[in-house]
Write a protein that binds this ligand. Structure first.
Ligand code: GDP
Ligand code: IMO
Ligand code: MG
Length: 426
């Protein structure tokens, strides 16, 4: 029962969507296992761009069943809008299944996300304001509402009344805001959302196991990334779920022995959106050039991404946390015009050379990168499709990363298009 996980190894936007779409060709199902519409996964096929937030990146293939697992938080209104957007581009979403156990993002979650950020002031995280944190908080507090609740209108109304009563107290007494009308919300969701979403709600755990037991290949698509993980990331500057590979087991309902391949996706440099430590961040014209050439602006929030050089100690930690079997490097082409390219090989922390990710986050905040410098290649890589076609300097840079990180680099992205990649290690 072959199963593969695609996981982000940095702070998100590594190009997971592109490589999921690429690898998905051989799969029968693609499963999202955590996060929600805070994700923005871009696929470019035949020059047409698809920005996906909730729908798994395998959706463009007719033979694939896209599945949204129990670990995802779903705003059903956003999901239906995304399916409409795809339908308008000729993509059929009728096969899409979403777990009845997935928790729903409701309007009060988004309102609270905004208010909490405002309350935090200069300490804000820079969330996507999609209601992700408050929805996972309700799940953990056991006052969340799951998609399956919609299928029992009496239960749905009752749960919504209880949840809204508590949220309205918080909104009024903490934030001095007007509350929500539980019955009006219930009517809206039961009348407008339920009829359209009901055919898609399923027991996705059974579905995934049926695929695996029949010998079909399943791909688990991570959103966000290793260092945005609530347990292993740069807390509190993280998201509220577990993007790491282990999250796929929990968020889709499979055991670790079901997984036999874990592909880590990393940019040839690093980006981060929102607040939090970032040792290799560039505050100079090189950072601006990477941002400009790489179009480093959020897929769905439009925010400018912070840019910096590749960080090897982080990547070694990502290998451990995810049991990576291989690495796919994206956006190598963005570095085409740089005279020199750098990679951080260690940190200087108060005069000590540290080659691993420091355990204490104050050390990570204080870490100054120690760089290795490489000659640039000064060649347009966008049409290169074989390793032999890579300039020697680009090959040397990748070979260095591969050796230092300690796992093979299987694929290298040379442009946003589905066909723009190189098999690096066969
Ligand atoms: P994700 O969230 O990890 O799926 O990544 P995003 O889609 O948010 O951001 C990655 C961006 O880089 C998208 O605009 C992709 O189309 C683009 N992209 C992916 N791989 C490559 C590549 O190898 N080269 C270039 N130039 N762009 C790429
Ligand atoms: P993909 O899947 C990059 C960041 C936000 C913020 C933090 C918490 O496209 O890689 P949240 O709304 O999740 O509570 O925000 O996490 N963040 C992402 N950054 N890519 C993403 O998704 C992200 N999803 C959340 O910017 O710093
Ligand atoms: Mg993204």
């Amino acid at each position: 029962m072959p199963a593969t996980i695609v996981v982000g190894t940095q702070w998100g936007d590594e190009g997971k969507g592109k490589f999921t779409d690429l690898i998905a060709k051989e799969m029968s199902a693609v499963v999202r296992y955590q996060g929600g519409h805070n994700a923005g996964h871009t696929l470019v096929v035949d020059g047409e761009s698809f920005a996906l937030q909730l729908v798994p990146s395998g959706v463009l293939y007719d033979h694939i069943t896209p599945i949204i697992g129990n670990g995802v938080v779903v705003d059903p209104v956003v999901l239906l809008a995304e399916m409409d957007m795809l339908a308008s581009k000729g993509v059929d979403c009728s096969r899409l299944k979403v777990s009845g156990n997935a928790h729903m993002i409701l309007p009060y979650h988004q309102e609270l996300d905004r208010l909490i950020e405002r309350h935090l002031g200069k300490n804000k995280l820079g969330t996507t304001k999609r209601g992700i944190g408050p929805t996972y908080a309700d799940k953990a507090s056991r006052v969340g509402i799951r998609l399956q609740d919609l299928l029992d209108p009496t239960i749905f109304r009752e749960k919504l009344r209880v949840a809204v009563a508590e949220k309205n107290l918080v909104l009024a007494k903490v934030y001095n805001r007007l509350g929500f009308d539980a019955d009006e919300l219930a009517d809206r969701y039961l009348d407008d959302v339920l009829p359209r979403i009901a055919p898609h709600i399923a027991d996705t755990v059974s579905l995934v196991h049926e695929f695996l037991e029949a010998g079909n290949h399943v791909l688990f698509e991570g959103a966000q990334a290793t260092f945005l993980d609530i347990d292993h990331g740069t807390y509190p500057y993280v998201t509220s779920s577990n993007p790491v590979a282990g999250g796929a087991c929990v968020g889709a309902g499979v055991g670790p022995r079901a997984i036999d391949r874990v592909v880590g996706i990393a940019k040839a440099y690093v980006t981060r959106v929102g607040a939090g430590p970032f040792p290799t961040e560039l505050h100079d014209e090189i950072g601006d050039r990477i941002c400009e050439i790489g179009h480093e602006f959020g897929t769905n929030t439009g925010r400018r991404r912070r840019c910096g050089w590749f960080d090897i100690p982080m990547m070694r930690q990502a290998v451990r946390l995810n049991s990576l079997s291989e690495l796919a490097i994206t956006k190598l082409d963005v570095l085409d015009t740089f005279d020199t390219v750098k990679a951080c090989v260690a940190y200087d922390i108060d005069g000590r050379r540290v080659e691993h990710l420091p355990y204490h986050q104050s050390d990570f905040h204080a870490a100054t990168p120690v760089y290795e410098e490489f000659a640039g290649w000064g060649t347009d890589l966008s049409a290169v499709t074989e390793r032999a076609g890579l300039p020697a300097a680009a090959d040397a840079y990748l070979a260095f990363l591969e050796r230092e990180v300690g796992v093979p680099i299987s694929l290298v992205g040379t442009g946003p298009g589905r066909e723009q990649f190189v098999h690096f290690t066969a």
